[in-house]
Design a protein around this ligand. Sequence first.
Ligand code: NAD
Ligand code: WQD
Length: 339
Amino acid sequence: MKILVTGGAGFIGSHTVVELDKAGFEPVIVDNLYNSNLDVLEGIKEITGKDFPFYQIDCNNAEQIRALFAKEKFDGVIHFAAYKAVGESVEKPLNYYENNLISLLVLLRAMKEFNVDKFVFSSSCTVYGQPTELPVTENTPRLPANSPYGNTKAIAEDIIRDHVHSAPGIKAICLRYFNPIGAHETSLIGELPNGVPSNLVPFITQTAAGLRKSLTVFGSDYDTPDGTCIRDFIHVVDLAKAHVKALGLLDEQTDADYYDVFNVGTGEGYTVLELIKTFEEVNGVKLNYTIGPRRAGDVEKIYAQSDKVNNVMKWHAEKSMADALRDAWNWQLKITPEK
Ligand code: NAD
Ligand code: WQD
């Protein structure tokens, strides 16, 4: 099966390209390199020994996307391409609605026109807001989004569901990722945040590498065992494998209007301080950090109930948080310029 991977040069997309290849799929990468670069493609090539087709195209460009569909004859699409910075989305909401939603419409229209029937979409646990019950299942109600970014994911899910139910001959799965961390075990691909990272693990690795002075832990007065927030941290390679499973599940479906959502998390929550301690232990490094005030908009605790993805997709997280933190650190060492 030939699979279009939009955003395939990005963090999760690049790891998914590698897993697609391992599973016998033929990935074709589209990325406008807004948040990635050509070195990622070299990393993929080194890991797989293959040079997959790459198109530097903006997914909002309907004409270029149509021309690509006409040329490549895809069997399915995994749509990663999006802007993802929560804080920036508050400053520039129109950029986020435009990039994250127009690209989706362009792709769904192209799929319909060219009879491509399998669609996997990158959604997020952000659609749950601060849930009242934990762990969250797929039936836990979605709450109003905390940011325009989060809202693009909720709206995108609704667009996909409505489109599938209008019977265009497209089957779709939305994967609600929890907190992806880590890097490929070869250290040939990983996370490349632009500027000052807002996510926890890149900030930790950059601090440990001496690129930042100190990490601020945002809040220690939450209602959790040590007062810091709880998240479900999932290794990016495990997450990548879930996309392969999702394509397999879509292929098995006989209902033309199949649509479903799946949590993709480990099912276990860890506090920020537990993660820091694990990082220090597995890597033998001491992290400089201080406790600071809460960050606006943070949810106190969230972790997945992963029964559905375990049972229906036969997907299980195989790697631990410690594995992910070791891989993230090795990746950081690889990309940090020598001092
Ligand atoms: P990323 O920024 O590393 O990858 C996204 C890629 O898409 C980048 O390479 C970027 O250049 C490209 N891109 C963006 N807009 C594009 C456009 N219009 N046309 C073509 N390419 C475009 O992000 P990621 O962490 O790999 O996230 C992938 C997807 O998963 C996103 O949809 C994101 O919202 C979602 N997601 C990410 C997380 C996370 O914590 N990383 C959590 C939940 C959901
Ligand atoms: C994790 C924990 C912070 C940085 C975000 C998006 C979410 C999803 C994943 C895309 C929190 C704490 C962080 C720091 C800290 N992305 N922290 N000091 O906020 O759970 O989720 O990325 O869909 O939508 O909102 O991830 O890595 O930013 O934070 O103490 O310097 O680490 O307060 O408790 P978050 P994160």
